[in-house]
Design a protein around this ligand. Structure first.
Ligand SMILES: [Zn+2]
Length: 117
């Protein structure tokens, strides 16, 4: 199955360009079931560092917000972004709540954090 990256129309594998807009078709991404499960979840934090993601998750869970850490391993990752980026997701209806908590976590927004304080 191929899909138009511009208008999301689906086509047979034999089709090269979109009949509607002329865009070059791409392979339709195959979604991992474990990722499909999180389609109603939204990213609240992304980082290249796992320890930061773990820290965010710990804080969210302490506040009673369910969260999950997803690591982007290949280009079929449905959430976009840079390869190697680690994302922290929470259920969509708790995103605002989660963001407020993240704002209060010291160090996360401070990129120049001193090593030995
Ligand atoms: Zn199209």
């Amino acid at each position: 199955m191929k899909i138009c990256p511009n208008c999301n129309s689906e086509y047979e594998d034999t089709v090269i360009t979109c009949a509607d807009c002329g865009s070059l078709l791409v392979e339709k991404p195959v979604y991992d079931e474990s990722l499909e499960k999180y389609k109603d979840w939204d990213e609240v934090y992304s980082t290249p560092h796992l320890y930061e993601a773990e820290m965010v998750r710990t804080n969210l869970e302490t506040a009673g917000i369910e969260s999950v850490i997803l690591e982007q391993k290949d280009s079929s990752f449905p959430l976009g972004g840079e390869l190697g980026e680690i994302k922290v997701l929470v259920p969509k209806f708790r995103v605002e709540e989660a963001k407020q908590i993240l704002e209060k976590i010291e160090g996360l927004s401070n990129q120049d954090l001193e090593e030995d304080e």
